[in-house]
Design a protein around this ligand. Structure first.
Ligand SMILES: C[S@@+](CC[C@H](N)C(=O)[O-])C[C@H]1O[C@@H](n2cnc3c(N)ncnc32)[C@H](O)[C@@H]1O
Length: 263
């Protein structure tokens, strides 16, 4: 294995995979996952709630907003109901560009490239911090037509809010009217002071790399957009499916979810 695969260091994609019950993770990821779950006990429930939000939001964009192209940044390791599978179930001609900066996701990217014949998928190993590079390489997307921009559980890995705002602004600036942002972002807004203090402590001592955002900070990403009902809510409260078996509270989910359109 090349040294790009440092299996001794925890990576967000593999830790998330561990929380979701997947097999593509190493001891360091499991240790980090268990440590984080000490300061935030509902981590596994939150991971599942976040994944459910991604699925419902993509289905909404494909079925109700007429979106046929997606730019999915911070894709994660392939799991059930990847963006192209959800979108192409509604509209087989959907095109999806996946982007992640973890080389391990690249190794598993074949599972993201199982497009329908009518549609198309691509995988780019790139960093969210390079939005122009991402846009330049997303050449299977027609940027004169609406795009669904998925930034699901990824902006909270950027510590700097101003940098995050700039990146979201650059990406949305390149997309035409009718495009939609699907965003989820960890928050401590719903937590008790004690749980919030644990989370802050984990960040301060380098045990966590998840930088939560307040409601007001998430709203900064939505400037100039039209927020779709029910607005900015805990991911578990964004248009839940009646058939869902789990109903996490906002405290358990602790991730904001929102879908917003570009007028
Ligand atoms: C928690 S997972 C979310 C996966 C998927 N979006 C979902 O919500 O189910 C976060 C993903 O973002 C990726 N990631 C973190 N920082 C990134 C960055 N700066 N650029 C690109 N991807 C990044 C990680 O490698 C990981 O795969």
């Amino acid at each position: 294995m090349s040294d790009r695969f440092d299996t001794g260091v925890a990576h967000p994609a593999r830790r998330y995979n561990y929380w979701l019950g997947g097999k593509d993770n190493f001891a360091a990821d499991r240790e980090s996952g268990d440590l984080l779950a000490k300061s935030y006990p509902a981590a596994r429930i939150a991971a599942r709630a976040n994944r459910g939000f991604l699925k419902r939001a993509v289905r909404y964009l494909a079925a109700e907003a007429g979106i046929r192209q997606f730019l999915d940044i911070g894709t994660g390791l392939p799991t059930a109901d990847n963006t192209h599978e959800v979108a192409q179930r509604v509209a087989p001609d959907s095109r999806i560009v996946y982007v992640d900066n973890d080389p391990m996701v690249m190794v598993h990217a074949r599972a993201l490239l199982t497009s329908t014949p009518a549609g198309l998928t691509r995988y780019l190993e790139e960093d969210l911090r390079n939005p122009e590079k991402i846009l330049a390489q997303a050449d299977i997307l027609d940027l004169s037509r609406p795009v669904g921009l998925n930034l699901v559980a990824v902006v909270h890995f950027l510590a700097d809010q101003e940098q995050a705002r700039e990146i979201v602004h650059t990406l949305l600036g390149a997309l035409p009217s009718g495009s939609h942002l699907v965003m989820s972002c960890a928050t401590t807004d719903f937590l008790t002071p004690e749980l919030k203090a644990n989370w802050d402590e984990a960040l301060r001592t380098g045990r966590s790399d998840v930088y939560p955002r307040t409601r007001a900070e998430v709203e900064e990403f939505l400037t100039g957009l039209e927020v779709v009902d029910p607005g900015l809510v805990a991911v578990s409260e964004w248009r839940p499916d009646p058939s869902d078996t789990e109903h996490p509270t906002p405290v358990e989910a602790s991730i904001f979810g929102v879908v917003a359109g570009k007028p």
